[in-house]
Every structure is written in C-alpha cells, then in structure tokens.
Design a protein around this ligand. Structure first.
Ligand SMILES: [Zn+2]
Length: 443
C-alpha cells in the first residue's frame, strides 16, 4: 500500500454506481487515489504527459462498480496467524472484489485498545485493501467493563462489538449503547442468548435430533434482538438529540429480521446484515457432521433461509456481510461438537450474490452492488467509499457479470480453506480490483 497510486483510465465499461443512480457506459479517470473524472466513452482528455504515463484498463463488456465493502470479517491478526493474517485476509478480499473490510476485535489479544487498533492499520501489516478495525465494546469481550470508546475511535475504530460474545446483561448493554452514541459509534451485537445455547453446536431442529446434537433455538437469537431493541427504544425516549445505532450482526432467523423491521417502522435506528450462507444454506447442509457447515449463528430451517431471501428482496436487510472466519484444516477436522465455528467468505460473496440474488431471484444488479458496497459504507460511515462519484476514493471492482466459474477452495488467497461452497458454480468473475487507485488484484 506504500507505492503511489498510478494514473489509471478505465475505458469502455458499464459503470454501475448505486449511490448516484448511474448505470451506463462511462470512462473513469483515477488520479492520486481518487476518482478524478467520470465521462462518456472516449471523452476523457489527457495531456500528452499524462497519456504517456497512464495505465489504461479495457473494461469493455465488464461492469465497473464501487469496490465491495465487508463490514464483518475476522482477520485473525494479532494472534492467530496460522488461520489468517491481515495480509492474506485482505489479499482474499481483493480477489473477491472487496476494497474495504471491517475487522472484528476477537483477536488474541482482543482489540480493546487504541494501540492494537492502530497496529492493525499500520503499513507493516501489508494489507491489500483498507482495514477498518472494530473495537471491543467490553474489556476482553467479557461483557463487564466498558472500554474507552473515545480512545478507540480516535485510533480509527468504526464501531464497537463483542462479536462472538453477546453482551447479555441489560445494564451493560445499556451503558454500551449510551457511551457509543455519545461518540457516534454503532453498536454491533452478536445476538445469542448464551444462557439458552450452552453445549449447542447447530440449529435446534430435525437434523440436530437425528445427529444427537444439542441445538440452538431461534429464540436465543431473536430474544436478544428484541431485548436490544427495547433498550434502544428506552434510550431514544430519554435522550434528546443523539440517537443510538444498533446493528444486528449475521441475522439468521425470520423473527430477528421481523423485529428489526418493526423497530424501523417505529422510527428506531436499527440495522441488520445477512451472510450469504444464511440465505443459501440450511441445517440440512450439516448432513453427516460436516464441520464446514458449522457456524454461529448456525444454519437454520428452510423457513428462516427463505425469510433471509425475502428480507433482502424487500429491502429490510441493510447489508450483505460475509462473517469471513478462517480456520486451519486440522482445527475443522475434528468431531462436530469440538470444531470451531465459521467459514471463509470473501472470495465467494460476489459470485454467490450474482448467481443467486441476481440470477435466480432477479434482484437488479445495482441493488446487489448497493448491498455489497453503498449500504455497508453508509452503515459504518465510510466517507467517500461505496460510490464512484468524482472526488471519492478510487476503490473499484471490475467484473465480468456473466462469466460462470467453479469456486475451488484450494485456490483461495486466504490462509484457510474452510468453505462449504467448494465446487459451487459462481457467476461474475472479478477481473480487476483497485484500492485507493492501486491495482491490488487482476485475473
Ligand atoms: Zn458473531
């Protein structure tokens, strides 16, 4: 990320910029890491010196869109570099068309300090794309003592969460919401009432019953979402001015999406994300103890999966986020109950969204791209990203919208291979990814 961004001309592509409502053939000039010009094809005029040094990419037949933004990834660094590093995780992001990722704080040690927040963003990490750390809401994710949100924010944290460890106690969640609101930070909740899920390793339902596994009830998720919404409503009534922003991570149950929907109808600032695996897979994919189908929240029922699809099509879901959670092969190759939760997702998100949301369920391309870039940027307040308007960052993904290809986990740039989508057909192949003007991926 240290080389100066070259002058780049993107020619002949179909520009889709959901934020400015553009979907037509345009040329783009990227200068000094920003979008310098958006013009009709062939209309960008360069001085002879600029013409001599500019890198020209032919985007004929390709879609040019704002770089994708994933607001929920686990980069595992510091501390678990055998699973992933910031360098390998962001290389996978670039290959998947992402130009910014928000990194969860459940690292080792936990990111609950400005020092670690800064360390994650330093040039020595060799990130291919922009990393926005999310700070831990409470000390060591224990749900007891609040961290210093002002210091975290000053160091670059874009939100606070105890992801993986829900904040259960009402008074602590209330304090977190109050403090985060004071500092203009969203609170991201991993909604799981762990008092109801002890010893559980998958969704409560017929498959868990058949396999003899303890199951997590949908109530463990939506019960906590409803509690959080009650707290947000109370705070809204009490406070004048600043409004709390609750973001529900990886929503997986029909009732949780319904609760978010109702909260919004009541005028509350409550948003949610859905991961591709929750709108594509069900508990049936656990099959015979397949640990690549083990994640938290777990794969749910068909009705829940259908509710995720409907929530996306209806506009109730604010963002697609992958919950990219790399684990080493030896960690996943153990008994189902002992295997860690999570799958990788950065390199499969676009291909799955184009194949299914766009190809199968007819969601317009611009809305798919909005869910993967414009809306997540707005959600976490990433200024100048999620759009290709003049002046914004030159974060661009260029892909062939119709190319069909087979995803092979073995080819992943991630250090880990734990994907349930190995061998799946993807649609839409990333050709180039530019992060702040630098070409960070090409194929
Ligand atoms: Zn989580």
């Amino acid at each position: 990320m240290n080389l100066p961004a070259p002058l780049t001309l993107l020619r002949g592509g179909r520009l889709i910029d959901p934020a400015s409502g553009i979907d037509e053939k345009k040329d783009l000039l990227l200068r000094d890491g920003h979008v310098a010009e958006v013009a009709a094809p062939g209309r960008v005029r360069l001085s002879p010196e600029d013409a001599a040094r500019a890198l020209t990419l032919d985007a004929t037949g390709l879609v040019v869109a704002p770089g994708l933004i994933d607001i929920h990834v686990h980069l595992r660094e510091p501390g678990q570099t055998h699973k992933e590093t910031i360098a390998t995780g962001t290389a996978a992001a670039a290959a998947g068309g992402f130009t910014a990722v928000a990194a969860m704080p459940n690292t080792t040690p936990t990111n609950d300090s400005p020092e670690i927040t800064r360390w994650m963003q330093s040039p020595e990490r060799n990130a291919s794309v922009r990393v926005f750390p999310i700070g831990a809401a409470t000390r060591a994710l224990k749900g007891e003592q609040l961290n210093d949100f002002a210091a975290l924010k000053a160091a670059g944290a874009v939100a606070v969460t105890d992801d993986g460890h829900p904040i259960l106690r009402d008074n602590i969640m209330r304090e977190v919401l109050i403090a985060a609101t004071r500092h203009g930070l969203p609170v991201i909740q991993h909604a799981e009432d762990t008092r109801l899920t002890e010893g559980a390793s998958m969704n409560a339902g017929p498959v868990a019953y058949r396999l003899g596994l303890r199951g997590m009830s949908p109530e463990a998720e939506y019960g906590l979402v409803e509690r959080d919404i009650r707290l947000v409503a109370e705070l809204e009534r009490e406070s004048k001015g600043a409004r709390p922003h609750l973001h529900v991570a990886h929503t997986s149950t029909a009732q949780a999406v319904a609760a978010v929907h109702q909260a919004r109808r009541n005028g509350l600032r409550v948003t949610c994300e859905v991961a591709p695996h929750h709108f594509l897979l069900t508990e049936q994919h656990v099959g015979c103890y397949n640990t690549h189908a083990k994640m938290n929240p777990p794969l749910r029922s068909e009705a829940d999966r259908d509710a995720m699809i409907q929530g996306i099509l209806d506009g109730m879901v604010d963002a697609i986020a992958t919950d990219h959670a790399p684990h080493a092969a030896h960690e996943k190759e153990v008994e189902f109950e002992r295997a860690p939760n999570g799958i990788t997702g950065l390199e499969t998100a676009l291909g799955l969204c184009l194949q299914w949301l766009h190809g199968e369920w007819r969601l317009p391309l611009s809305r798919v791209l909005s869910l993967l870039s414009t809306q997540p940027a707005a959600l976490l307040g990433f200024k100048g990203r999620g759009t290709l308007a003049v002046g914004s960052f030159a974060d661009v993904v260029i892909f062939d919208p119709d190319a069909k290809w087979i995803w092979r986990a073995a080819d992943s740039r991630s250090r880990s291979r734990n994907s349930p989508f190995d061998g799946w057909t993807m649609r839409g192949r990333v050709r180039y990814t530019l992060s702040e003007g630098r070409l960070v991926y090409s194929a």
